[in-house]
Design a protein around this ligand. Structure first.
Ligand SMILES: Nc1ncnc2c1ncn2[C@@H]1O[C@H](COP(=O)(O)OP(=O)(O)OP(=O)(O)O)[C@@H](O)[C@H]1O
Ligand SMILES: [Mg+2]
Length: 269
């Protein structure tokens, strides 16, 4: 984009164009609904399918993908953003094969990046993505700019919802904001913690009904991950569920989602 177009965009308050990343963003609006558990275990599932997989922790203020993987990275996106450290230098590898770009926890200065900082961050991620088959972005709760930037960049957006009505209203709010900033993204609903497939389908239909009516758009159904104690056990053990209890119902469901997505043309469209 030329400088003049960039200046006009900035003057109009329109966010800058961001590079497209080959992979998916895991989001949902609401906090504590399982976004990070899903992002981490989908990453492990893709690695187990033989894909070169990079997980990026974009929950910049309250990062915890490293915790769920049982890693203790010495550096992360905090050093990249504030000290200009090359992104490649903070990447840390998990025994599963997943490459993690860690963030940092307890850094409120990272929760309000400028548009320019976002553009630089996503451009660096796009460069790293060249050597990967798939990149998974774990996003924070809420609808601040780092979240919407991730959703705008990712090839597809996984919207995690639970049967809780506040999860549906938060997901709807997030989709509404995203539609305004970047209309027509590929959105797929993944229902977490439903008691049955039937309940998960009802949750999807409810959200899809509202987005059809008020935003004139449909939402795909990606699948359902049951409520399962094994998920909590794995979190406490700081060991990814897919390695901790690979035969649990939740682990099987996550592998099914990865299978569904494995032939996705991440660099297409
Ligand atoms: N399918 C599930 N079955 C049982 N418990 C679950 C399931 N999914 C998530 N949980 C529980 O929910 C907790 C929160 O999950 P997680 O940290 O992934 O949520 P989050 O959406 O990333 O939260 P935040 O918005 O704070 O980043 C986990 O520690 C786990 O105990
Ligand atoms: Mg999280």
């Amino acid at each position: 984009m030329n400088d003049q177009a960039e200046a006009l965009r900035a003057a109009a308050g329109v966010p800058a164009a961001l590079p497209r990343l080959p992979g998916l963003a895991v989001t949902g609006g609401k906090g504590g609904i399982g976004k990070t558990c899903i992002a981490v275990n989908l990453a492990v599932a893709f690695a187990q399918l033989g894909q070169r997989t990079m997980l990026v922790d974009l929950d910049l203020g309250l990062a915890n993908a490293d915790v769920l993987l049982g890693l203790d990275p010495p550096r992360g996106l905090a050093e990249v953003i504030t000290q200009g450290l090359p992104l490649a230098e903070v990447v840390i590898r998990h025994p599963s094969g997943v490459a993690l770009v860690p963030a940092a926890s307890g850094r409120d200065d990272l929760t309000t990046l400028s548009e320019d900082q976002h553009r630089r961050l996503f451009q660096s991620l796009a460069t790293l993505a060249d050597a990967q088959d798939v990149m998974i972005l774990d996003t924070a709760a809420g609808i601040h700019r780092t979240v919407t930037a991730a959703l705008q960049s990712a090839h597809l957006v996984v919207v995690v919802v639970t049967p809780d009505p506040t999860s549906l209203t938060d997901a709807y709010a997030l989709i509404k904001v995203l539609e305004r900033q970047a209309p027509g993204r590929d959105l797929r609903v993944l229902v977490n913690q439903a008691a049955s497939l039937a309940e998960a389908q009802t949750v999807h239909q409810r959200l899809d009904g509202v987005t059809r009516q008020f935003l004139a758009r449909t939402l795909g159904f990606l699948g359902h991950i049951p409520r399962d104690r094994a998920v909590t056990d794995a979190v406490r053990a700081r060991h990814p569920l897919l390695l901790h209890q690979p035969n649990s119902l939740a682990a099987q469901a996550i592998r099914q989602v990865a299978m569904k997505l494995k032939d996705e043309r991440w660099r297409g469209r």
